[in-house]
Design a protein around this ligand. Structure first.
Ligand SMILES: *Cc1c(COP(=O)(O)O)cnc(C)c1O
Length: 228
């Protein structure tokens, strides 16, 4: 089942990426799913896995042990400052950088272990106040502030579309974030990652220029939050 799902998603991504011709990485979002499922996905040449909670990810990574060699681990959930140290120690790319104080905390913890931590700026497109992320108008100045942090490397942007958006509503968000991405990328080849699209809208996201999609339930099935 998992392998059929992954094959189907890969074919869909290939077709959708013909618009821009970009290379697209598929992140298998493994939150709430057991390490045995992750293991199956890794057998299908999945190179990227995503988790959204530190306390869930760390024991799962430990259970997978040697299977994670060469696999990129992505932190995709909201990151609180008191979890920044563990995130730096355990993840290759943090998708949810949303404040300067968090960036400073990440920088400090990365310095302590001689690491340059790769991060994406999470862009807030939802009007709801409860949603985290940097407002589109503020992304450029936030990006410039982060350039002073020697142990943080900003690789691009991440966006989560508002819950309940139809793919066509999402398309408008994707399109505007893609143009912001292109603007910031203008003179920086290192700024190359645009993380957008989940199970319900990854095809649209790829059509609109995503270079990373974060797909969970379309690979592993329905998530059961009550039983993890
Ligand atoms: C859970 C999650 C996903 C994957 O969601 P699916 O709808 O299961 O594909 C992607 N991105 C983030 C930030 C998530 O929290």
């Amino acid at each position: 089942m998992i392998s059929e799902n992954i094959n189907f998603i890969r074919k869909s991504i290939d077709a959708a990426s013909s618009v821009y011709g970009q290379n697209v990485e598929l992140i298998a979002v493994t939150k709430t799913f057991p390490y045995t499922d992750v293991s199956q996905a890794l057998k299908c040449s999945i190179k990227h896995i995503g988790e959204s909670k530190i306390q869930e990810a760390i024991p799962k990574f430990a259970a997978l042990n040697g299977e994670l060699n060469g696999i990129w681990k992505h932190f995709i959930g909201h990151l609180q400052s008191n979890k920044a140290k563990k995130a730096v120690e355990n993840f290759d790319l943090i998708h949810s950088l949303d404040s300067l104080s968090l960036a400073q905390d990440i920088n400090r913890h990365a310095q302590n272990i001689n690491k340059v931590q790769n991060c994406l700026i999470e862009v807030k497109v939802s009007k709801e106040d409860t949603k985290t992320g940097v407002r589109p108008d503020d992304v450029e100045s936030f990006y410039n502030s982060c350039k002073n942090l020697s142990n943080v490397s900003i690789k691009g942007l991440m966006v989560i579309t508002p819950l309940g958006s139809t793919p066509e509503e999402s398309r408008n968000y994707f399109r505007s974030i893609h143009s912001l991405f292109k603007k910031l990328q203008f003179d920086n080849a290192n700024f190359g990652i645009l993380s957008m699209g989940m199970s319900d809208d990854y095809i649209t996201a790829v059509e609109e220029g995503a270079t990373m999609v974060r797909v969970g339930s379309a690979i592993f099935g329905k998530r059961d939050y009550g039983n993890k």
